[in-house]
Design a protein around this ligand. Structure first.
Ligand code: MN
Length: 232
């Protein structure tokens, strides 16, 4: 048996401090996981259980730590938004995972941007249609290198921040997540069987906003890392 076309390459995320890479299978994203961001998006955070959407694995754009990376982007949107998020990398699969066991399925953590075409997402919401064109577009998930949980543990608190051209836009704390990493994994694994290689983007604090060509984005999660890139 042979492939009839060239086999697509597996998307990877580099592991910090070496030559190793983490193969990406799926990217799950949590919607509205910080109360102030839920309010800025027009919903009541106290009433909503977590909900999930996906990006394709090859939406990942590895951003080497501390470097500036040119990044072709401004396509099909007049309102490209940044959302800085803690990214969880799953190293061990499972389904219906108990909250108490959930962190044992985590391989490591990264900083990611859930880039969003807010205008198209809004149109799809209004029409009751899927969000893909607003959320799951090419290169919509730039991420820092992964840090192994074996080295850094499981961050339960720490600043989550994002600057555009040196001005602070987003500022939150992991402790402010409505659903913790363990709870997110537990809930998600009730809907989908998690497998090694899955990434989970855990939601963004308030302050989301637009970027344009030429803007420089710097973002980080305390204890996990940071990334720096320019929109081109
Ligand atoms: Mn998000």
């Amino acid at each position: 048996m042979a492939f009839v076309i060239a086999q697509p390459s597996v998307p990877v995320l580099p592991v910090a401090g070496g030559e190793d890479v983490f193969p990406v299978r799926r990217i799950y994203c949590v919607g509205r996981n910080y109360a102030a961001h839920a309010r800025e998006m027009g919903s009541d955070p106290d009433r909503e259980p977590p909900f999930f959407f996906c990006k394709p694995a090859d939406a990942v754009v590895p951003i080497p730590s501390g470097e500036c990376v040119a990044w072709p982007y401004a396509m099909a949107t007049a309102n490209l938004h940044h959302e800085v998020e803690l990214v969880v990398a799953i190293g061990r699969g499972g389904e219906r995972i108990a909250v108490e066991q959930a962190l044992s399925h985590v391989w490591g953590y990264a900083v990611g941007l859930d880039m969003t075409r807010r205008d198209l997402q809004g149109q799809m919401k209004d029409q009751g249609r899927p969000w893909e064109i607003g959320k799951a577009f090419d290169r919509s998930a730039p991420m820092s290198p992964l840090l192994p949980a074996a080295a850094v543990g499981h961050p339960g608190r720490g600043a989550v921040w994002l600057d555009v051209n040196g001005v602070r836009r987003q500022q939150g704390d992991l402790a402010d997540m409505i659903w913790s990493v363990a709870e997110v994994i537990s809930r998600l694994s009730g809907w989908f069987r998690l497998e090694p290689g899955d990434l989970v983007m855990t939601g963004t604090p308030e302050g989301v906003g637009a970027v344009k060509v030429g803007d420089r984005i710097e973002a980080g999660v305390e204890g996990v890392g940071k990334l720096s890139l320019q929109v081109t």
